[in-house]
Ligand binder design. Structure first.
Ligand SMILES: [Zn+2]
Length: 390
């Protein structure tokens, strides 16, 4: 199949006016100017008035959360407490969240799922169920979060996470077990885990806990029979989610350990954190990618909206750099850079199209102005966006 568009943005190479992408099954086999393919006689999709680019990689989300009105924003600890007190989510929420993700351009999703947060395994409530993501077109990686400030709760969460991991892997879905954060897992269980994708230094209150074991979050951890492993624990190893309050020494260490940082612009605004240290991270060569986080701390879960918010925060940054964060950098963070994240031969055919805005000359800037995708393909299959059936 040949896809053509007035603009093709491979991301890994310069924009192509009147470009084309040649596919075979689920893979891209060639990318170039449309004239290069004039002898091609197979199926063709002409995306007139649209820009074609790689599908967006949402490197951090929690599909289990619906929109919760009235959650406190001025204290992270109060927000956590209020969220823990909410009723368990209804399964229908997954369908709506997935619809929003797809319309907002996500083709690959890193979905975090708290194990034992709302359904502690030691109670007689039903165990948490994984979102039925294997029934959707999304390319998905699960991070199963171990939770429990008290040792027995954390141990039960770890047992349940292993069970969930087996279920997901049997369904062909990648699933990693990781601590939710360093403050939410008892140190004796934390030391058994590899923190592959972990919330870290998201809030000022977490920073107080991490640096001195004081403040409202530290008190909350103690209330829940925890001690917390502040200050003296190795930093997360692969992905740090948020990292809003990282200090220069920690950033230097992240660079040495090749750790990626996931920034969630909507969630960052929700809490009004101090400015995200994008320049400090990127000047060190640290990979920064983007995520939506969840509707518990964001008004929408659309990667296109996250890009638009990032543009407001960094008006002087090249539009291409922002789009790269939402594509190639996300793929790199998830260690999927050989499969997705750019349009190049051999990669999976995950592509989106957004409308061309004739008033803008930079095609990357047009992507930042798009509200929804106009067309989408995942793994070589065109997605019918307004009729997502689970
Ligand atoms: Zn999160």
């Amino acid at each position: 199949m040949l896809l053509t568009a007035p603009w093709v943005l491979p991301v890994s190479s310069p924009p192509l006016p009147l470009g084309a992408v040649l596919l075979e099954g689920e893979r891209i086999i060639a990318v170039g100017p449309e004239r290069q393919f004039q002898d091609y006689r197979g199926a063709r999709v002409s995306l007139t008035d649209q820009i074609l680019l790689p599908g967006l990689v949402n490197a951090h989300a929690h599909l289990e959360f619906p929109k919760r009105e009235g959650l406190p924003r001025n204290s992270f600890t109060q927000w956590v407490k209020a969220l823990m007190g909410c009723e368990p989510s209804q399964p229908a929420i997954f369908q709506e969240n997935i619809r929003q993700l797809l319309l907002g351009g996500t083709t690959t999703l890193a979905n975090h799922m708290g194990i034992g947060a709302q359904h502690p395994p030691e109670t007689d409530q039903p165990p948490a169920e994984a979102a039925p993501l294997h029934l959707t077109p999304l390319r998905t990686v699960f991070f199963l979060e171990v939770l429990g400030s008290a040792e027995d709760r954390a141990r039960a969460s770890l047992v349940a996470a292993h069970e969930m991991q087996r279920t997901l892997q049997d369904a062909g879905i990648a699933a990693w077990i990781t601590p939710h954060s360093l403050y939410a897992v008892h140190p004796n269980i934390l030391e058994k885990l590899i923190p592959v994708s972990t919330h870290f230094l998201e809030s000022l209150e977490e920073e107080q806990w991490w640096r001195a074991g004081t403040g409202p979050l530290a008190e909350y951890v103690r209330e829940r029979d925890g001690v917390g492993a502040y200050g003296n624990t190795p930093l997360p190893t692969n992905i740090i989610v948020h990292g809003n309050y990282l200090n220069p020494a920690e950033m230097d260490l992240l660079r040495k350990q090749n750790v990626s940082v996931i920034h969630c612009p909507g969630s960052h605004r929700f809490f009004g954190h101090r400015p995200f240290p994008l320049q400090e991270l990127t000047k060190r060569g640290i990979n920064v990618a983007l995520g939506t986080d969840s509707l518990a701390s964001n008004d929408e879960i659309s990667m296109l909206r996250e890009l638009a918010l990032a543009r407001i925060t960094w008006p002087d940054l090249a539009a291409q750099d922002l789009v790269t964060m939402a594509t190639q950098n996300g793929a790199k963070a998830l260690r999927m850079e050989t499969e997705i994240g750019s349009l190049s031969p051999g990669k999976k055919a995950d592509l989106i199209a957004v409308p061309c805005d004739a008033s803008v000359t930079d095609p990357y800037e047009m992507v930042l102005r798009a509200k929804q995708v106009s067309w989408m393909m995942i793994n070589g299959k065109i997605c019918i966006l307004h009729c997502v059936i689970l």
